[in-house]
Ligand binder design. Structure first.
Ligand code: FES
Length: 162
């Protein structure tokens, strides 16, 4: 936690004299450096910009690029760009939500999976695409997405018991 607080203070130092219109770039910088927006980070950003935490949280939740929990061991990114959308990524996302029992931006309680919706990840020829911790999985369907989650869950259990 100390390291994260230091990172946030360092970022705020880089944005000294910033105004409220700098909120989004500051939050992006915090997330890039820390991986997510902790409550403590939002409090510090709020103090810096003289904004209440509720306002910062409200703005951040409006954009689905922000996370409020650390990413899981398997970070699942479902592409919702146009090519993926046309080929059924909404159904793929629904299947992932149901299988993992979390919403985009959340991490499972055991810290194993996190789910995120992203814009085009540059692999439109493989649409609809899911990236799991940087590994691309092409031409997904709701069924294949469920199998993918089950496969990673099994892999995690195998590693845990090895
Ligand atoms: S729209 Fe999904 S990879 Fe481009």
């Amino acid at each position: 936690m100390i390291a994260q607080v230091d990172a946030v203070e360092e970022i705020l130092g880089e944005f000294s004299g910033a105004h409220r219109d700098q909120l989004i770039p500051i939050l992006q910088a915090v997330q890039d450096r820390c991986g997510y927006l902790s409550r403590e980070a939002m409090i510090r950003v709020g103090r810096h910009l003289q904004l209440p935490v509720s306002k910062i949280y409200g703005v951040a939740t409006f954009y689905n690029q922000f996370r409020f929990q650390p990413v899981g061991r398997y970070h699942c990114q479902v592409c919702r760009g146009t090519a993926c959308h046309v080929k059924g990524s909404a159904g793929v996302l629904d299947a992932m939500r149901q299988q993992l029992k979390i919403e985009p931006g959340q991490t499972t309680r055991d810290g194993m999976f996190s789910l995120e919706v992203v814009a085009c990840i540059g692999a439109c020829g493989l649409a609809p695409v899911i990236s799991v911790s940087g590994e691309f999985h092409a031409a997904q369907t709701p069924e294949s997405a469920r199998r993918l989650v089950a496969r990673y869950a099994k892999e995690a259990t195998t590693h845990a018991s090895a």
